[in-house]
Design a protein around this ligand. Structure first.
Ligand SMILES: C[S@@+](CC[C@H](N)C(=O)[O-])C[C@H]1O[C@@H](n2cnc3c(N)ncnc32)[C@H](O)[C@@H]1O
Length: 219
């Protein structure tokens, strides 16, 4: 999928995205944010923030950190803007940007969060490189996603069936853990399972251990 296609699929999803993907993916959002150990004054960026379903999981009572949310779909971002207004204590800045090429300086953010976007973005390796570039050297990148072949097993029937429709459904159902995580030589700080049947992985990477990705060729 190219970026024009991703934009159009998610612009179309915007009105009913929450209905389909709110509850079913919420355990992953909650666990990922709880596990990030956010400190006062930290700068967090969520790439592919979507309609803002994560906002309720940030601690509204200790809001001394800031969240920058970016998305490639204007309609999804519009939904996020409406939700953000209900969390007036949180510092949320929302921008229409492509996470594969952002205007942020090197080492800007303490935490870079890729929530269900790694298997959606046109070029996942470019997105990962950009995430590491804008992350501080002491910071971390958090990938929350479904991966096929996680335990080295083959594709499930649903992964195989859905893969034919990835252009229409807006994500890759065949998204191999060995290709996009282990095969890149990533040093993983931790992996946590989430969502129904433990289908989602929350992968925590420390930037300092993964700078070799910055010189990796994208697609
Ligand atoms: C499956 S949704 C996930 C939304 C949200 N993170 C959640 O937890 O529900 C993927 C989102 O990523 C956005 N997206 C895809 N590729 C992107 C990119 N390269 N840069 C910014 N946003 C992107 C899509 O527009 C969509 O809103």
């Amino acid at each position: 999928m190219n970026s024009t296609r991703v934009k159009s699929v998610y612009d179309n999803y915007a009105n009913y995205y929450d209905l389909i993907f709110s509850r079913v993916l919420d355990d992953g959002r909650r666990k990922a944010i709880a596990g990030m150990d956010i400190k006062p004054d930290e700068k967090i960026i969520e790439i592919g923030v979507g309609s803002g379903l994560s906002f309720k999981h940030y601690n509204n009572s200790q809001p001394d950190f800031s969240i920058t949310g970016i998305d490639i779909s204007a309609k999804m971002l519009e939904k996020a803007r409406k939700k953000a207004s209900a969390f007036s204590k949180l510092k949320i800045d929302l921008r229409l940007l492509n996470g594969e090429e952002t205007p942020f300086e090197d080492s800007t953010f303490d935490k870079v969060v890729l929530m269900y976007v790694y298997s959606v973005t046109p070029d996942p390796i470019k997105l990962l490189k950009e995430s590491l570039r804008i992350c501080k050297d002491s910071g971390s990148v958090h990938i929350i996603n479904h991966f096929s072949n996680y335990k080295g097993n083959g594709l499930s029937l649903s992964e195989r069936l859905l893969s034919r429709y990835s252009e229409r459904i807006g994500f890759r159902s065949q998204f191999s853990y060995s290709e996009y995580i282990t095969g890149l030589g990533l040093e993983i700080a931790s992996v946590t399972n989430a969502n129904l049947f433990d289908l989602t992985r929350i992968i925590h990477l420390q930037k300092a251990q993964n700078t070799h990705i910055l010189t990796k060729k994208s697609r």
